[in-house]
Design a protein around this ligand. Sequence first.
Ligand code: RVP
Length: 489
Amino acid sequence: EKVNNAPKGYTFDDFLLVPNASWVEAKNVNTKIQLSKKIKLNIPVLSAAMDTVSESELAIALAQEGGIGVIHRNMTSEMEVEEVKKVKSAEEITIRDVVTITPDSDITTVQDIMENESISGLPVIEDDKIVGIISKRDVKPMIRSGVNKKVNEIMTSDVVTIEETISPEEALDIAYENKVERLPVVREGKLVGIVTIRDILNHDNHPNAARDKHGKLLVAAAAGPFDLDRAIALDEAGADIISIDCAHAHNMNVVKFVETMKDNIDAELCVGNIATAEAAEDLIAQGADALKVGIGPGSMCTTRIVAGVGVPQITAISQVADVAKDSGIPVIGDGGLRYSGDVAKAIGAGADAVMLGNLLAGTYESPGDVVVMNGRKYKTYRGMGSMGAMTGGFGGGADRYFQEVKGPMKHSKLVPEGVEGAVPYKGKVSEVMFQLIGGLKASMGYCGAKDIKSMHEKARFVQITAGGLKESHPHDLLITNESPNYPLL
Ligand code: RVP
């Protein structure tokens, strides 16, 4: 009975989206999402918390495009905290390491410092307070005419300072208004840094970036399901989302611990992975802020082969989304996405956002070096449940799969659920996102959906056959020029 009456599970290749009557053009669609009460993304994309995908460099690049990176946890808690901090301070234009001078110094000393350090202005400090500022323009004529004066005789005493909390735009306005090139930054009257007009103007402000209320890039970080200390440390370091990273979040001990996690952190709590409506109900009841869906769809995952367990991804997403939408909890479709069309199908099936491993591995910003094989460039990509990730690094791969990480780790004691491999080098995250979001926007144009919410409502699917799938891919020709959004392995 339970075999013959089993429900069917479907995935991306089993369906296509049906074109609708549409007044929407791809160039005008809006891909913004509210990932949780506090988190707004401009593109519905998260990076996978994997050690060949997401460290600070990739998280910075993805947040600048409008998505959010999830720092992996196959490193010590201290190292992960540092990665979070790097993302949070990535676009800081304040120079923290300020060289200062005292009022009674000779201007020849000032001249020497300016030349040696290649800086053109020094704040003048007395008793920890800023009492003036001296620039190359003040010093040069004196030195040229051979007059040796003290700093306090020629410095500008009327210093315009700014508070640390000010935005770059406000700082620029103040600098222009007061006709000054540099602004000392103060906290409770004490100098903590300096901002120059040149640095503000050179600062590429990435208009589509995903930012917090202070203008800093958003970042998420992974923690094990019972690793409260790490979750608290990441929260204190400023992570916007803590992502509970586990192969089976419907393990009832994991479900039970969600409440404790929630009680101890301010950041939003994303929990995964799951693949059923029942799991969604249980986790929502415990207070999860977002749910991550995917058991076994990952490109390097062998869970479905090794354990025989999983739910094809489109079915999993739609089952979880049906439950989550009633509670307003966002759903992240994690794994199995190979093309931009899959992103559109995941969203059409009810996902609010997607999490990408393979599609972001092999970018310039992902960890690891480029290797050349048979004249083509590749980067390594491995499952967190692969032998390499479980034995190398810090055990963050093994406990994701509920395996013993203590003591000397012997290969023979572990049962991997992932493989190690390589993916073609794809260039910068910005280029990958351009194609991916371009494809999503095209899809939304076909479906008549002006934004993600209306994509949820308007998407209609047609189930296809093996013949339909064959017809969908390029066929009956030899591809002579590889397309950036249809790579060949
Ligand atoms: P993909 O994008 O298809 O490469 O899948 C990425 C996802 O696969 C990750 O976000 C994670 O949920 C899952 N994963 C990571 N490691 C493994 C494994 O070793 N089985 N699976």
